[in-house]
Each structure stands twice: as structure tokens, then as C-alpha cells.
Design a protein around this ligand. Sequence first.
Ligand code: 0PR
Length: 380
Amino acid sequence: MNETGLSEEEIISLLGDAKSKDFSYDRVLSSMCTTPHAVAVKAHMQFIESNMGDFGLFKGTHAMEKEVIRMTGNMLHCPGAEGYLTTGGTESNIQAVRSMRNLHERKNSGPRLNVVVPASAHFSFDKISDVLDIEVRKASLDRDFKASAEAMASLIDENTVGLVAIAGSTEFGQVDPVEEISGLALKHGLPLHIDAAFGGFVLPFLEEKHAFDFSLQGVTSIAVDPHKMGLSTIPAGILLFRDFRHLDCLKAHAPYLTVDSQYTLTGTRSGAAVAATFAVMKFLGKEGYTATVSRCMEMTRYLIREASVLGVEPVIDPVMNVVTLKVPDPAFIRSTLSREYNWHVSITREPKALRLVIMPHMSRGMIDMFVSDLAKVVET
Ligand code: 0PR
């Protein structure tokens, strides 16, 4: 740290330099985050100092958190759902598996406990394995990159604490057969967590309906991220439990706060993200989210049509606004797009393909420019 402080102009200039090195979202086709809604940004700034770690001091913010949980519970077909605002999908997934682990009655002290997830699960589950010292068993996928309920069933044993299904997979935007997996969970008496970090603010607003939420009896918890398709600010995740028991087993005694216990993983927690999420959900309503999702889906279909003119086809027909394109040497195409054309896309692991997430910050014009550059790269 420098001995004396810099002037405000100097700081602004340093910030400007840093900002100029960040990519602007209008060149980014790989992100599940987007420019937050202006209403969310305004609310975020208004509550910038609010700390939900000691919510007894911030009763107004806490009331907004409860309202966000109520609205999200309704959206996901469980009006009485319990939960809180996390920092995002990773924390929500950690807490959901931690809850499963805490509720599990260990039959013997020997083998490690395990959780069964689809092979398509987000890498946060690898962190979970390490943090919770639990085996993460990855079940194979079917031809459409959905979890195979059969493969999941074959991995369940007496040390299994729970199951996970994904509604909107990171790489393909695919939705697992949650109804079948819910049946499996009920049959084995296991909790079932749905990772809808991305899909939670997409699936309820699609024309085509998918059963993925608390409407299925076996589903016990859901992760859904307002900082992705919810158009809120970072860090805003939501973790919901159908039953208070599943949240209660995460309780820690908090001796010197205005509240005597915490269920959260983090201590100090952003009230700004709570306010932002409250504001944008109230502002957009179902109508606003439906319009956002429809626009993203229209652009998704448009991109598929334009790519097909180049002879480039998708790996799967997109279920949501995630597009995977079959191209020769995806890694080379990705790096050329970045180096020579300043487009930022990602690639999938298996099969290797170009991966694009069609977020609200995109436009048809942006897709046209991208496809015309893609044409040049694919031809070479
Ligand atoms: N679950 C699913 C299904 C996800 O897609 C993600 C993130 C998570 C959990 C974890 O969420 P948090 O990162 O909020 O903890 N998926 C993207 C990924 O990691 C997130 C992302 C966002 C990637 C912006 C790139 C980017 O520019 O790939």
C-alpha cells in the first residue's frame, strides 16, 4: 500500500485503466452472467452497506430477503419454501449437499458417504467433494446429454446421502429427467437437490414446460441464481428447501450478533444483492421475465439458422438459451475468434464443441457480426 493516499482523479484514472482491460459484454458469448438490470443496480447501490450476516440490524433488507424467498418459492411451486440468498450456485450446491450429509444417519462408521450426480454436474461438485470429504459419484448421461436415471440408480448404496439433478446444465443447457429422478429419490427415501442455477429463471418462462421443481414430490431443494438469468447483481444466488428441517440442520450458533443463529455458509453477506434481486423481480414480474426469455430464445433460434447457412450444426437442439456448435477443432476456432476478432466463446468437454450462451446483453446485430466472423474462421 502507498504511504499517502492518491487523489480521486488518480483513482478514477486507475479504475479507467482497469476497466478498459475488461472485455465488454457486447463481445462476450460465453457468460452465464449479464449486464444487471438498471433497477437492480440502483437498489444495489442504495443498500451497499447492508449486511445480512447480522440481519437484526437491517430489518428492512431482511424483509426484502423474505419476500424474494416467498416469490421464488411461488415461482418454483412451493409457496412455503424456506431458504436464503447465497453468493451463487456454488454456495447453494455446497449447502444443499451439506444438508443431505447432516441429515443422513450413518449406518456404519467405515466407508465414505457419497452423493450421486449426473456427469454433467457443474465443477462446484468437485469442490463439494473436497470441502465435505464426500464421494461425488458421477452417473453417465444419455445420448442427449441428460442424466440417465438408470445409471444414477446403479450408483446408490447405503452410504448415499442424496441425489442431484440439473435443470439447465452449464455446458448444454440440458434438463435432466427430473420426474424420473424424483421417483428414484422417493423410492430410496433420499433427498433430491436440483441445480437450476442457470435454468431457474429460464424454465418457468419458456413456452415449452418442463417438470423440474417442487411440483415433483421428490425434490427437496433447489438452487437458482438471480445473478445469471434473473438480471440481478453479483453475488445473488438463492437456495430453497421444501422442508425447514433441511435448512435447520445447517444452523450455527451466533453468540454475539443481534440474531442468535445463522443457517448460511458465509457470515457477512451482501444486503445489496438482496435489494437488487427484490427490486428487479418486483419490476419485471412474470411478464418481464417471459419477455426476456422469449427474446433470448428467438436469438438462439436465429443463431442456429444463421450458423446452419455456414454448414455449422448444433450438437443438440437447444432446450434453453445455450447453443453448442459442431466445428472442426473447436479449441483453435475459439482462440482465433478471441485473438483476431475479440469474440469470447467457450468450448464443451465431451464432445468438444463451441459453446455460446445467448444472454440478454446480446442482440441480433451482435449475432450477425459474430456469424460473419465465424464464417471467416471456419473457412480457413
Ligand atoms: N450450477 C450451474 C448449473 C452453473 O452453470 C453454475 C455456473 C454454477 C452452478 C455455479 O454458480 P456460481 O458460479 O454462481 O457459483 N456456471 C457458469 C460456469 O461456471 C458460470 C459462469 C458465469 C461462467 C460467467 C462464465 C462466466 O463468464 O461456467
